[in-house]
Design a protein around this ligand. Structure first.
Ligand code: PGA
Length: 256
């Protein structure tokens, strides 16, 4: 049986002002069940990170960023570094989200550099992979996911080790923000593939420890089924993480 603790992450994307972010954290703090053994993270926009850290102090909520640059400082207008994220209190950073890949042209090489920089600074990367609809329909899901893993985790592969704290997220692009969730079987089959890849390219004990999240239209009504997959360790939640009414039941359903 898996000993991996469930992990529920809310990716707020480009939503919420500072005041709205504080309200949401207050609601999560006051209404969250005490007895659930589940790790919870929120990834607000950069502008709310500090306020969320202050509001969430002592509330068992990890703080993540949604992206970063791989350099630690310098002339990179508009960018934010791992050093700055650490400074503001982040513990995690989402890297290689499909919106970064598909809307902003991020390639595996860049994601690999970001993963390396994040780990160097002591941030836990949440590395996202997932196929597009046409790739799934062409029967290329595993191949696409394998290529993204190999490209985005090249640095770990070169070292022949991956920190067991690393979090991977399988997010089929066709399920993100579309209301079309992967079936629990579709999610589990890709999660198993990822875990087998980890065991093959690193080692089995680490593969057994790394948490793999599912993302793509997760809601309070489908989280329970999605979590049934033995290799599904949690969820990366977009839309439903923006309201306490929908995020709290997801957190509660994720843990028995
Ligand atoms: P969604 O987004 O839950 O709104 O589909 C998930 C994600 O992009 O992480």
């Amino acid at each position: 049986m898996s000993v991996r603790k469930p992990f529920i992450a809310g990716n707020w994307k480009m939503n919420l002002t500072v005041a709205e972010a504080i309200d949401l954290i207050r609601a999560l703090r006051s209404r969250r069940s005490e007895d659930k053994d589940v790790d919870v993270l929120v990834a607000p926009p950069f502008t709310s990170l500090l306020a969320v850290r202050q509001e969430a102090a002592g509330a068992r909520i990890f703080l993540g960023a949604q992206n970063m640059h791989w350099e630690l400082k310098g002339a990179f207008t508009g960018e934010i570094s791992a050093r700055m994220l650490k400074d503001v209190g982040c513990t995690h950073v989402i890297l290689g989200h499909s919106e970064r890949r598909n809307l902003f042209g991020e390639k595996d090489d860049a994601i690999d550099l970001k993963v390396k920089s994040a780990v160097l600074l002591g941030l836990i990367p949440i590395v996202c992979v997932g196929e597009r609809l046409e790739e799934r329909e062409a029967g290329n899901t595993f191949e696409v996911v394998r290529k993204q893993l190999e490209g985005s985790l090249r640095n770990f592969l070169a070292d022949q080790k991956i920190p067991a704290t690393t979090i991977l997220a399988y997010e089929p692009v066709w399920a993100i923000g579309t209301g079309k969730t992967a079936t629990p079987e579709q999610a589990q089959e890709v999660h198993r593939f990822i875990r087998e890849w980890l065991a093959e390219r690193f080692d089995k004990p680490t593969a057994d420890e790394v948490r793999i999240l599912y993302g793509g239209s997760v809601t309070p009504s489908n989280i329970k089924d999605i979590m049934k997959g033995p290799d599904v360790d949690g969820a990366l939640v977009g839309g439903a993480s923006l309201k306490a009414e929908t995020f709290l039941p997801i957190i509660d359903f994720a843990a028995p």
